[in-house]
Design a protein around this ligand. Structure first.
Ligand SMILES: NC(=O)c1ccc[n+]([C@@H]2O[C@H](COP(=O)([O-])OP(=O)(O)OC[C@H]3O[C@@H](n4cnc5c(N)ncnc54)[C@H](OP(=O)(O)O)[C@@H]3O)[C@@H](O)[C@H]2O)c1
Length: 280
């Protein structure tokens, strides 16, 4: 039975992987900051050596983009050095390493979707610290999957829950119409990860749901599915209530998944519908 260590197991994606994984097929070790802080090198090494996972899935991270700007040392300590620590363990015990990453490694200036072969050029501390994490994974491990996604929502605080909470409070919502992406449910991201770890098709993957929208269109669809009425105002990003400064064009092309043609991500609206039925 495959032994899988889920790091950051209380986060949106860590929770979704636990929801999707079949405990009869895989043995799971869950850790989050409370049990094991990934910045503590010796503790990470000893946990890995004692438990000897076959796969390490790093879902942990400092994911608050504004917090990363305010506290760059924290961002690099966790997103870069913490990832380095896990990569060293993966190499030592021969485990496959899955590293979650983001569209924020790109500058968002493109007019067309970014493929895995496009050059990175992060503009934020979050993006730079995540790229540093990717680089450590490449430096220390061979058997790795770097999985970049964007606009992920699962159980926890995210764009969907913020839109619904604001609608509940009867607020007029100012939503950016100049930020584009592909909303991706944590559950669908979990499914592709669980598929990949059973292969030896290592490398970097873009994995987002199909289709593109702006934040305003995303908010409209959330409200429509929830059957709620709220007044939405489209504004530029810097006037928006619900999102930080992010790459304007955060669209990832799932180029490799498409050309190897073995796994298809669902459409973002179908994925959102499944989430709303289950979680909201
Ligand atoms: N959400 C998105 O839109 C998105 C998009 C693309 C990529 N990603 C990437 O996908 C991954 C999962 O995202 P997510 O949305 O599931 O994130 P999340 O909900 O913020 O979960 C991250 C988890 O990591 C934990 N953590 C923070 N510092 C840690 C440390 N030093 N040691 C161990 N655990 C630590 C957090 O604990 P605390 O909450 O207690 O700090 C939290 O439970 C992240 O790597 C993120 O960069 C996310």
């Amino acid at each position: 039975m495959l032994k899988v260590w889920i790091v950051g197991s209380n986060g949106q994606l860590g929770t979704a992987i636990n929801d999707v994984i079949d405990p009869l097929e895989m043995e799971v070790f869950n850790t989050d900051k409370e049990e094991l802080d990934i910045t503590k090198t010796d503790e990470v090494l000893s946990f890995g050596e004692i438990n000897r996972p076959d796969v390490i899935i790093n879902c942990s991270g400092v994911t608050d983009v504004d917090l990363c700007e305010r506290e760059p040392e924290l961002a690099y300590r966790v997103n870069a050095l913490g990832t380095r620590n896990l990569s060293i363990v993966a190499r030592k015990v021969g485990a496959k390493m899955v590293q979650l990453s983001t569209d924020d490694v790109f500058d968002g200036l493109s007019k067309t979707p970014y493929s895995e072969f496009d050059d990175t050029n992060p503009k934020t501390v979050y993006g730079r610290s995540k790229r540093a994490g990717e680089n450590y994974v490449k430096e220390f491990t061979h058997k790795h999957f770097i999985v970049r996604s964007n606009w992920v929502y699962g159980r926890g605080n995210n764009f969907v829950t913020r839109v619904l909470a604001a609608a509940e409070e009867g607020k007029v919502l100012s939503v950016a119409s100049d930020q584009f992406g592909s909303p991706t449910s944590a559950k669908d991201l979990a499914r592709i990860i669980l598929y990949l770890i059973q292969t030896n098709e290592y490398g970097t993957y873009h994995a987002t749901c199909k289709g593109v929208c702006n934040r305003y269109e995303f908010a409209l669809e959330i409200l429509r599915l929830a059957g709620k009425n709220a007044e939405l105002k489209t504004v530029p990003t810097n006037e928006s209530d619900l999102s930080s400064a992010r790459p304007a064009y955060a669209v990832l092309d799932n180029f490799i998944l498409r050309i190897i043609d073995v796994y298809e991500m669902p459409d973002w609206k179908d994925s959102l519908k499944e989430y709303m039925n289950e979680v909201v």
